[in-house]
Ligand binder design. Structure first.
Ligand code: ZN
Length: 430
């Protein structure tokens, strides 16, 4: 990942995605980039001593992160927080190690589905394993971040000769049909390969969060290479665009805050999700004024607003009836502002108006999405953060095809547009 303002976001996104098979790895990659750019690592355990212009970051659960650049204003209520939020997690298959069995000449491990995945996309692909393991037999050892890097498993379909009606639609049973097959090996050998040392003799000596991921590199598609086919574009593309914008930004009156939340795909209720104390806890520490107080935070929040970045549904030309024809974003035509009457998105006339004015001044074209009136709508972290903090927010994002497939498709030009929006946002008060 590059901190160089002259390097377009799209050029470094594939390597960021490849380095981030799980939220833990994404936060590690972002932390490394921030530290390399001089951002100081903070811990929630310590007392913080901050000053205007200072840059830093803090992580929670190693899967969510808040980075900041303190504003030049030392007065509560002046400048406020300029917040950008995105999420680090994506739908995935979590291994259930205790269900491991050797059957039909192969190690078979059942999985649990994390988030709303399109299950069928995970079949017949080379899959790696990544996550974290805590081997309890070594008292001094800490949870270890692991990534097999090489393909370790596959979830094969049944041959069409044995399921001749599969093309008429087939519902995969998640307990039975999504189990991963690892070839003729033992579970302890697999764990040893991940740990880099002899694995504990019993699973009771192990605590784990291990996920399968698609072990196929992101790929540029098309004559002009203007499409990116990659895993986890939702929402690592937003994370990376916001990070690049933050690294390139200059100090302003407002405190710039980047919130990368975990667990959006499962409802955000966790210590490190958008529906947690994390963001508010850290904003309290970032509030100017001596001594810090709840009132100072409230005054500063009243001058704050937020961009909530997450993927948007691009119009799929083979399914034109799935979109409202007047709200049908197209790939490579720009960033999408998302609205919903029942507030599944946080955008309203004021927050959206501020964004549109900002983009107009910066010469950035926007597209609009509202779901068909006869279809349900997804959601994201914007409404939750807006409600917790009591600040206006607007939901936006790049248009993608096949959201929640294990490989999604986005447009190269949209990635640059998203970074341009973030850059304009954090430059607004300079
Ligand atoms: Zn998302």
């Amino acid at each position: 990942m590059s901190a160089n303002h002259s390097v377009p976001v799209w050029s470094s996104l594939p390597s960021f995605i490849a380095a981030s098979p799980t939220p833990f790895h994404a936060v590690q990659a972002v932390s490394t980039a921030l530290a390399a750019a001089g951002f100081q690592a903070f811990s929630e355990r310590d007392a913080w001593d901050l000053s205007p212009g200072m840059t830093g970051f803090v992580q929670r659960n190693h899967s969510a992160l808040i980075a900041f650049r303190i504003g030049q204003s030392c007065e509560p209520g002046r400048g406020g927080f300029s917040l950008i939020g995105a999420h680090t997690d994506s739908p995935a298959l979590k291994l259930k190690l205790r269900g491991s069995q050797h059957q039909a000449g192969t190690l078979r491990i059942p999985v649990e589905v994390y988030g709303s995945s399109i299950d069928s996309t995970w079949l017949d692909r080379p899959l790696g394993i990544a996550g974290r393991i805590w081997a309890l037999d070594h008292p001094d050892e800490k949870p270890l971040l692991v990534d097999s890097r090489q393909a370790m498993a596959v979830i094969p379909n049944l041959a069409i000769h044995l399921n001749s009606s599969i093309n008429e639609g087939f519902a995969y049973n998640r307990q039975q049909h999504l189990a991963a097959l690892f070839g003729d090996c033992k579970l302890e050998d697999l764990l040893q390969a991940l740990l880099g040392r002899k694995a504990p003799a019993s699973l009771d000596e192990l605590s784990d969060e291990l996920y399968l991921y698609v072990n196929e590199a992101p790929q540029w598609v098309g004559l002009q290479g203007d499409l990116l086919s990659a895993p986890r574009l939702d929402n690592l593309a937003s994370c990376q665009a916001a990070l690049c914008a933050l690294l390139a930004a200059s100090p302003g009156e407002a405190t710039q805050v980047l919130f990368l939340a975990d667990n959006e795909e499962v409802g955000s209720v966790s210590a490190q999700g958008a529906n947690s104390s994390f963001l508010r806890d850290i904003l309290w520490r970032l509030t100017p004024g001596t001594p810090q107080s709840e009132e100072n935070l409230l005054r500063h929040l009243s001058a704050s607003w937020m961009l909530s970045a997450d993927a948007a549904h691009a119009l799929h030309p083979s399914y034109p009836d799935t979109h409202d024809p007047s709200y049908s974003p197209v790939i490579n035509r720009g960033v999408v502002v998302k609205n919903h009457a029942s507030l599944r998105y946080a955008s309203n006339a004021i927050s959206q108006g501020r964004l549109l004015r900002l983009c107009r001044q910066a010469g950035i074209a926007m597209q609009f999405f509202t779901s068909r009136s006869d279809k349900p709508c997804g959601s994201t972290i914007g409404p939750t953060c807006s409600a917790h903090l009591g600040i206006p927010a607007v939901d936006l994002g790049i248009p993608v095809w096949a959201m929640h497939s294990c490989r999604e498709t986005a447009g190269r030009r949209d990635l640059d547009s998203l970074t341009a929006v973030f850059t304009a946002f954090w430059s607004a008060d300079q």
